[in-house]
Write a protein that binds this ligand. Structure first.
Ligand code: ADP
Ligand code: MG
Length: 244
């Protein structure tokens, strides 16, 4: 069951409660509560799927990083997400915020490279937005991503166009926000965002790195895809694949 289906279910429950004349029809609250717990579990499933995607692309991400950095991006991300999945399995998440925070702490504590604290901050700040939520929809996802990006920027001081993960994350957020404003369903919104992510990751080839390790190469960083932009793209692809 994917996020759009759950949104539809929420809407149905809302209609039920409205038509009943009272705030919530008998049983509806219980149904909502049940759906909520499924939703937090779903977020855990998606994070587990992200870990699998990163593991499957570990060598590819390291190869990208070897061209303009120190060749460890795939290992860094795989190690962090592996610990995240183990911790998520051991410590039940009450809310979506809990799941995101557990992931954040694993990334911050287990990844040596720049990407660990940066992705960790993204998940931590997103988790702060979702801390009281057990239901995730597109607008909440966007709020989380927006706050996460603000965290990455506060920590890494990079802006759009410096050949980093932000060159995927910022256009993805813009695309998702546009879809949300137009009332596009989640799956379709992520399909559009994924196309944007793939195009933007590819386009980082044209950019000269001015932040992170790749900036030491100057003009020689041109012609190569940024590994962090690609890992962000893989994360978006996994979310798209995981929802219905
Ligand atoms: P390290 O560079 O320390 O070896 P990784 O190889 O794991 O760390 O991650 C490199 C990626 O981190 C880059 O490809 C880039 O996308 C991202 N990155 C580096 N510095 C920044 C920054 N200041 N802001 C945003 N992303 C950054
Ligand atoms: Mg590296």
């Amino acid at each position: 069951m994917g996020i759009p289906a759950l949104r539809a279910e929420e809407f149905r429950l809302f209609l039920e409660s409205e038509s009943g004349g009272s705030l919530v029809l008998p049983g509806a609250e219980e149904k909502i509560r049940k759906k909520m717990s499924i939703l937090t579990e779903q977020v855990v499933v998606i994070i587990t799927e992200i870990a699998k995607t990163i593991e499957a692309n570990k060598q590819y991400l390291c190869d990208l990083d070897a061209a303009i950095g120190d060749g460890d991006h795939g290992f860094n991300m795989a190690r962090g997400f592996d610990v995240a999945v183990k911790n998520l399995a051991e410590k039940p998440s009450e809310t979506i915020g809990d799941a995101l925070k557990t992931t954040a702490m694993a990334l911050i504590s287990n990844v040596g490279g720049a990407s660990g604290p940066l992705y960790g901050t993204l998940f931590l700040r997103a988790g702060g937005v979702a801390k009281d939520f057990k239901v995730l929809n597109l607008s909440l996802f966007n709020e989380c991503l927006k706050e996460g990006i603000a965290g990455v920027q506060a920590r890494g001081k990079a802006v759009l166009g410096e050949k980093t993960m932000l060159d995927v994350l910022i256009p993805v957020l813009e695309s998702l926000e546009k879809s949300s404003a137009e009332g596009v369903l989640c799956k379709k919104a992520f399909e559009t965002a994924l196309a944007v992510a793939q195009e933007c990751a590819e386009k980082t080839k044209e950019i000269k790195a001015t932040k992170g390790r790749a900036s030491y190469l100057g003009d020689r960083s041109i012609g190569h895809i940024d590994p962090g932009a690609m890992s962000s793209c893989l994360i978006i692809r996994t979310i798209y694949d995981s929802i219905t």
